[in-house]
Design a protein around this ligand. Structure first.
Ligand SMILES: Nc1ncnc2c1ncn2[C@@H]1O[C@H](COP(=O)(O)OP(=O)(O)OP(=O)(O)O)[C@@H](O)[C@H]1O
Length: 243
């Protein structure tokens, strides 16, 4: 067992000439819940997408669960261990909810069908929509679709979950049901990195809140000093805007 869930050292990422991640150093402990916030374009999505190499980096090192992210074999191993939930739910529209949840375990983990189905039903229960198993995504509300996306990620039994603005495409009345699901997960000890502007969620479950600005991590702290005593001027302005 390695000590940390994720270690990023001197990570730099460019989109062409644009410097999107600037000397990122970040260590995430097992079971730690981290919320990442910051202005639009500050690099939040890019940062979490580098953790399962949906974005490649130009310099630095990322180690996930003791595995250095380089080489196709290592990247595949890391991806099996890291679940990701996006702003848009990215479910397969031509498959039922149950089939969406069974696909990856059967394909990439070679889990037998009966076991994949049992696991899928267990996690649909967990996100409180077991009765939707045989419907197609288009027949569900946005909040329900996002809970399917969370169940689908959990079916791979990930050690780490990444969330990229999971509630920002939802109607306001559906935000709470998704946040409640995430709070349940957080309380169960899942290692979580979550890009969100839901600061009540951050206050409720985050061990650490990170503020990104112009590609860099400029402040990180436990919620208490982070919200009550922000040291950085741009963080103060940002918190003022989203309050
Ligand atoms: N594929 C890409 N090609 C070129 N530039 C990109 C690409 N993806 C992101 N960028 C740029 O990199 C910067 C960081 O983008 P990123 O999506 O990580 O920011 P963000 O903080 O998540 O923003 P938002 O809150 O608006 O989602 C932005 O300036 C963006 O325009």
């Amino acid at each position: 067992m390695t000590e940390h869930a994720i270690t990023m050292r001197a990570v730099n990422k460019y989109y062409g000439a644009y410097h999107a991640l600037v000397d990122i150093d970040l260590t995430v402990d097992r079971g730690e819940r981290i919320v990442i916030c910051g202005p639009s374009g500050s690099g939040k999505s890019t940062l979490i997408r580098t953790i399962n190499q949906l974005e490649t980096i130009q310099s630095g090192q990322i180690v996930v669960d003791g595995i250095t992210l380089s080489g196709a074999e290592n990247v595949a191993k890391v991806r099996r261990d890291v679940g990701m939930v996006f702003q848009s739910f990215n479910l397969f529209p031509h498959m039922t909810v149950l089939e969406n949840c069974m696909l990856a375990p059967m394909k990439t983990r070679k889990v037998p069908r009966a076991e994949a189905e049992a696991t899928a039903r267990q996690y649909l229960e967990r996100v409180r929509i077991p009765e939707q198993a045989d419907k197609y995504p288009a027949q569900l509300s946005g909040g329900q679709q996002q809970r399917v996306a969370i169940a689908r990620a959990l079916c791979m039994k990930p050690r780490i979950m990444l969330f990229d603005e999971p509630t920002s495409a939802l109607d306001p009345e559906m935000v709470k049901e998704v946040l409640d699901t995430m709070i349940d997960l957080a309380r169960d000890g899942m290692t979580m990195l979550c890009v969100t502007h839901e600061m009540d969620f951050a206050r409720a479950v985050a061990d650490r809140v990170i503020f990104m600005d112009r590609g860099a991590i400029v402040e990180e702290n436990a919620p208490e000093p982070f919200f009550t005593n922000p040291r950085n001027e741009r963080l103060q302005a940002f918190l003022g805007q989203i309050a």
